[in-house]
Write a protein that binds this ligand. Structure first.
Ligand code: GCV
Length: 835
């Protein structure tokens, strides 16, 4: 950027940016600056002509008018024939070519693809948006609008774009009562109190967001499915959702319960090989299609995490899949069978047991037995959306079955939308990973899309779980994950940088400082998160049997769920080698297997996923495992502190509402990263008995433990697990109000005061901080985190900058419990401010 431009941006008014709720996400169509808008207006025809009349095509025209009005401030005229003085023409490729001859030739567009063509100049310019299907017309229109928002000159718009894969779906884990399993953006947009919501306007707005990315299918209920959705009372309700989505080209998908023939069908069995069961699925599917003629398909989670499945009758997954797929076949529907099948009662004492093996072991022998409209939906890694997993070996193993990759947009193991984690770089690593399934050159994306073994169906499924909250996902920056999923599903060759940059510009505008800052934050956030939550392939060291949020290093051990990392006093990591371990590494094709099998060839970032090594093992980096764990946790937490500083510099450049909401989120995030840093480091310090070479772990200058303060009414309490609290302990208030005081003994200067307290979700305790007699801060602990306990999940930081302290000052924290929340405290930290 030129110096002059930088200077002009610096002059931007610091006020006047309108508050935004985030509801429009990346489709804000906010006004471009006057000069750019003028340039577009004079380069574009004033009329739009739609050569077609389907609901989806009409949506395209309405969207074009809306976008141009918002960004350029002019209203396109609606024409019915192509006028001599030029027009923007929308329609199916064949239809437009006939009506407006002279368009450049190109290979026929495959379904859902689009082409943009710009001919002529000035007033008689013709811009054509051609679709391979009605949806293609809509996708091309969104692409055109994106180009305007990105500032691309009209002359450069010529392009042809076809989706990489036919399946570009999202899944929702919404329950009929309106709650969402692993949803962090509020209640369901589809369901409320056991029925489909009366007001489906949010579904239609969601359809718009999905269509703008080229997403063409959406499952509307939890894979932990309630069988009632297949009863007659629900059919007209499902039809209403389909109706809300239809103008956006999004087709409904339904999750089903495998026991339905018995549970709601009144049969004595749900055995997939029983003729009566097959007939039931056929009749039920026919009934579904009468209600929703464009239903895209059905989805099933079977024999997993307590869901019933074909194992009840000793049948195979192929038997189960085919019986439903055959019922769908005459309607053109697809049947998605989840590869997420594993035993959650595994014996942890058996060192050969390994949950990571499960998907491959369950499915690879059945390759060739699934009907052509069955798709095996495979999570991107072998475990369950952990912070780093290798690509699932099942992608490279299935040659005669359709497959789709399942990516999780909702941040279940990634700070649950309370923390900033842009998942696209992680997904890219998996999608681009070469499984060597047919020699080199078979990346996961090509396998999932059915391109390697020429399968008729396949593609990308994202677990989205958006909710009714204005910003859909629980925070503004998490929207980039939904955007990124959709863009990758259309074109997995896009880079993380391209996606981050597009999303930022569309969502926050063209100010270069805003763009650079947000892009940089997004792009590094996954690795930063990995650094403080589970580096070197340990997986996410979270409360695996509980809320999947806070840190709990041992929660995954010694239970049947099989997410073991087997860290003990001697070393860490799961031995998954063929030679001495569970044999999981051998599920990959030989070239990949060898790389993971060898200690010397296994990449550091997955070392502890594949090998159990002593803490003193030296990595490729030259550092020991233990020192790397310590260092990465400090680096990670420090990076998140940096997020706050970077964001603060955007004050006045982002509208006040989003600025304040993101700032609050990042400040909270910085506190959580510190909790993780200390917990994981203290745990490994205790387990290994090896001190931090840099002397930081367990040393916290300026920190005063709450239990060491002068307490009035407060009593000491253990924190469980111990590593979640500083010193393993905290204090809780057993009376109406309590206080904890300490006398400052440092030098007179300006300080930041950090109060680490416990903000549970079962009350709204009040806190007040005094220095001497002066109240310097007070707040109510009303934050929502998924825990009602004094633990690492609820441990929250309040930072108070610019406090002048003198030796002898008494710092006093007063707590007032409310509900079940006992105004818990962990420590106070006094941090000198840099002059
Ligand atoms: C819908 C993980 C999640 C569950 C989820 C399951 C699945 O185990 O924690 O909430 O259930 O995956 O993908 O089926």
């Amino acid at each position: 950027m030129s110096r002059k431009l930088r200077w002009m941006w610096a002059l931007l008014p610091l006020a006047g940016l309108q508050a935004e709720t985030g509801a429009d996400a990346w489709l804000r169509y906010s006004a471009l600056d006057a000069a750019t808008a003028r340039r577009y207006v004079s380069a574009l025809p004033a009329t739009v002509v739609l050569m077609g009349d389907s609901p989806v095509e009409r949506t395209a025209r309405t969207e074009l008018i809306r976008g141009i009005k918002g960004m350029l401030g002019v209203t396109l005229r609606v024409g019915s024939t192509v006028p001599a003085d030029g027009a923007i023409v929308l329609g199916l490729e064949g239809v437009v070519r006939k009506a407006a001859p002279g368009l450049p030739a190109g290979a026929a567009l495959t379904e859902d693809g689009y082409a943009l063509s710009v001919r002529g100049a000035g007033g008689s310019r013709r811009v054509a948006v051609l679709g391979g299907s009605e949806r293609g017309v809509l996708y091309g229109t969104f692409a055109l609008l994106r180009k305007i928002a990105m500032g691309e000159p009209v002359e450069a718009w010529n392009e042809r774009s076809v989706p990489y894969a036919p399946v570009r779906w999202v899944n929702h884990w919404d329950n009929l009562d309106g709650t969402i399993e692993r949803g962090y953006g509020g209640r369901s947009i589809f369901w409320d109190k056991g029925v489909v919501r009366e007001d489906l306007s949010r579904v239609s707005e969601y359809g718009r967001l999905l269509a703008s990315l080229g997403i063409n299918g959406c499952s509307i209920n939890n894979v932990n499915a309630d069988p009632r959705v297949l009863t007659p009372a629900y059919l007209p309700q499902l039809a209403r959702i389909a109706e809300a989505f239809r103008p956006w080209g999004v087709r409904v998908v339904l999750s089903v319960d495998f026991g339905s023939p018995q549970r709601v069908g009144g049969l004595a069995t749900f055995d997939p090989l029983d003729a009566g069961v097959a007939a039931w699925w056929k009749a039920k599917t026919d009934e579904l299609y009468r209600a929703v003629p464009d239903l895209a398909g059905l989805l099933l989670k079977a024999d997993s995490e307590g869901r019933i499945g074909p194992s009840a009758y000793g049948r195979t997954h192929a038997d189960a899949a085919n019986v439903i797929a055959r019922a769908l076949k005459p309607h053109g529907g697809l049947f998605f069978y989840r590869g997420f099948v594993y035993d959650h009662h595994m014996d942890w004492r058996n060192l050969k047991n390994d949950r990571a093996r499960a998907a491959y072991d369950n499915f690879y022998r059945l390759d060739g037995q699934f009907d052509d409209n069955v798709v095996i939906q495979i999570k991107h890694g072998p475990i369950d959306f952990q912070v780093r997993e290798p690509a699932s070996p099942l992608f490279g193993a299935l040659e005669k079955s359709n497959q789709a990759i399942e990516l999780q947009v909702t941040q279940e193991y990634f700070g649950q939308a309370r923390q900033l984690v842009f998942l696209v770089p992680m997904w890219k690593e998996v999608l681009d990973f070469d499984m060597q399934a047919k020699g080199a050159g078979t990346p996961v994306k090509a396998l999932a899309a059915g391109r390697v073994f020429r399968r008729p169906a396949g593609g990308f499924v994202g677990v989205s779980n958006v909710g009714l909250d204005a910003n859909w996902l629980g925070n503004h920056l998490s929207q980039a994950n939904l955007y990124g999923f959709g863009r990758l599903a259309w074109n997995p060759d896009l880079t993380s940088q391209q996606i981050a940059s597009e999303w930022t510009r569309l969502t926050f505008g063209a100010d270069p400082q805003v763009a650079q800052t947000i892009e940089a934050l997004q792009l590094k956030s996954w690795r930063v998160f990995e650094n403080y939550t589970g580096p070197l392939g340990l997986q996410t060291l979270t409360d695996i049997v509980g809320n999947h949020y806070g840190v709990s290093v041992e929660a995954s051990e010694r239970n049947g769920w099989g997410q073991w990392h087997r860290s003990d006093e001697k070393g860490a990591g799961m031995d998954r080698t063929v030679a001495t371990g569970t044999g999981y590494a051998g599920q990959y094709r030989p070239a990949v297997a060898q790389r993971y099998e060898g200690l010397a060839t296994c990449p550091d970032e997955l070392l502890l996923f594949f090998h159990h090594v002593p803490y003193t093992h030296v990595l490729h980096s030259g550092k020991t495992v233990i020192q790397t764990l310590y260092d990465l946790h400090y680096e990670g937490a420090a990076s998140v502190e940096g997020y706050v500083r970077s964001w603060r510099a955007l004050r006045g450049r982002v509208d006040e509402q989003r600025y304040a909401e993101v700032l609050a989120q990042l400040e909270y995030h910085a506190g959580q990263a510190q909790v993780w840093r200390d917990a994981v480091n203290n745990w490994f310090r205790r387990a290994s008995g090896i001190a931090d070479g840099k002397g930081r772990v367990g040393q916290h200058p300026g920190r005063v433990e709450a239990e060491a303060m002068k307490l009035e009414g407060y009593v000491e309490t253990p924190v469980t697990p111990w590593e979640g609290g500083s010193g393993g302990k905290g204090i809780v208030c057993e009376g109406a109000t309590c206080s904890a005081s300490t006398t400052f003994a440092g030098q007179s200067a300006w300080y930041t005061l950090r109060v680490q307290y416990f903000d549970q979700n079962n009350g709204r305790a009040r806190y007040r901080v005094k220095v001497g007699e002066q109240v310097v801060d007070e707040w109510a602990a009303g934050n929502w985190v998924p825990s009602a306990k004094i633990d690492s999940s609820t441990s929250t930081r309040r930072s108070l900058a610019g406090i002048a302290l003198r030796p002898g000052d008494v710092i006093r924290i007063e707590g007032q419990p409310e509900g079940g929340e006992k105004a818990g405290l962990d420590y106070v930290e006094v941090v000198a401010e840099r002059p």
